[in-house]
Design a protein around this ligand. Structure first.
Ligand SMILES: [Zn+2]
Ligand SMILES: [Zn+2]
Length: 235
């Protein structure tokens, strides 16, 4: 490793440990969060009335879409709407290996919601080849922090992605459910367990639904999705 790279990594580590700089505007902050109070308040919080199951805007506890075509997960907790500056932060996080952003995401996820009555937390699995390409599982890094903070056991080995498929984001929306069908496997017996799946962004929810199906087949009694942000269009 070149000396410049070592110094750079040390600087990143120090920033992560002792950060008092806002990740969004670089102002110094003493909020105890990784963003300053102004940026925190201006975030696109998902606080408008929404369906408890899919998280889309609705004035009813369960929206018509979920009543008509029941999903395999039981609830969705999305901290934010997936729009600026979340889209920019997410790109930085996934493709720039900015792991310190994981800490911010975990902070945001438990700002308005509490993990309650959950036996096991499971991050959205990545295929080993994708993991190698990216260097880290973005959902696992967030889940590690959430699990620790909420004192919930984290299981990131029982569920695997057995097929290497094109990234969901690269596909037309209608093809995403087909692309993800049958790609997950679960080796654990989850009989009667209440599970929280952790993922970064929920778009159509096809991956989360497919993983939920796998968890329910393994015996899970209840599955809820915990995501940093969600798009709010109906697909
Ligand atoms: Zn700021
Ligand atoms: Zn719904």
């Amino acid at each position: 490793m070149k000396i410049k790279q070592i110094i750079n990594n040390c600087a990143k580590f120090n920033h992560w440990l002792f950060s008092s700089q806002c990740l969004l505007c670089a102002a110094s902050t003493n909020t105890g969060k990784d963003v300053c109070q102004d940026c925190f308040d201006a975030l696109p919080w998902h606080t408008a009335p929404h369906c408890q199951q899919c998280g889309l805007l609705s004035n009813h506890p369960i929206c018509g879409h979920c009543l008509k075509e029941p999903l395999d997960f039981d609830a969705t907790f999305a901290a934010l709407r997936y729009e600026f500056p979340l889209d920019a932060l997410m790109q930085q996080y996934k493709y720039g290996s900015a792991l310190q952003t994981a800490r911010l995401f975990a902070q945001l996820m438990i700002t308005h919601h509490t993990l309650h009555n959950i036996d096991v937390m499971i991050p959205m699995p990545l295929h080993p080849q994708r993991l190698q390409e990216r260097g880290f599982n973005q959902s696992l890094e967030i889940a590690k922090l959430l699990a620790k903070q909420s004192n919930i056991p984290l299981d990131y080995t029982s569920c695997t992605r057995t097929k290497y498929t094109p990234p969901q984001a690269s596909l037309p929306l209608k093809e995403r459910a087909k692309n993800i069908k049958g790609v997950f496997a679960c080796s654990a017996n989850l009989a009667g367990k209440r599970i929280a799946i952790v993922d970064d962004v929920m778009t159509t929810g096809a991956s989360l639904n497919e993983l939920s199906k796998t968890l329910k087949k393994a015996g899970a009694a209840h599955v809820e999705c915990w995501v940093v942000a969600r798009t709010l269009q109906k697909y």
